[in-house]
Design a protein around this ligand. Sequence first.
Ligand code: ZN
Length: 218
Amino acid sequence: MHCIKLLGTTEPIAVGKIICLARNYVAHAHELGNEVPSEPVLFIKPASSIIGEGEQIVIPPYSDDCHHETELALLIGRRGKNIGAEQAMELISGYGVALDMTLRDTQAKLKEKGYPWELAKGFDTACPLSNFVPASQVSDPHNLRITLDINGQRRQDGTSSCMIRRIPETLAFISQAFTLEPGDIVLTGTPAGVSRVQSGDRLEAAIEGVGTLCVGVA
Ligand code: ZN
């Protein structure tokens, strides 16, 4: 079982599914040469892809181009199916820092053939997560600075204010297909600045008012 911690609570929380948004920031869609989709593009990472603070990303042998994507993570605390955007924020119990590690070379091959992306985004260690802070401590999740440093050098510096689809609409959309359940996590997409990581790198992701996440690359 893969668990995360919500600060202020004692019991670890077992993670269900991790639902991720692709291309939710215009500048990131453009840096990869993608168009901005008219409907949200979703994919799922298995809970087995989670690692925590201080752990190591292990790049699978079939890839030579692993990228970081730094993202605001939502922790779902209440069940929701076919919810409206106006109820959606009530489902969120916490916010955290996530890295959506992506094998860009593998993803490019899969995209070319129209195949699913799981080999590129769902592998073991592909989802480093920080501890979560209670939702009540984050007054405006659409106004948070998101940064990533590798070996002390800044690679990503964006803000959640640039999300194309805001959180309530995203959760409402997701809940048409997937029942949101306590312990589920939603990754909201990455700002621009993604780049390759290498063995020995030290990644330090931070979201203002939410927390930090440090992991290495094996
Ligand atoms: Zn992503």
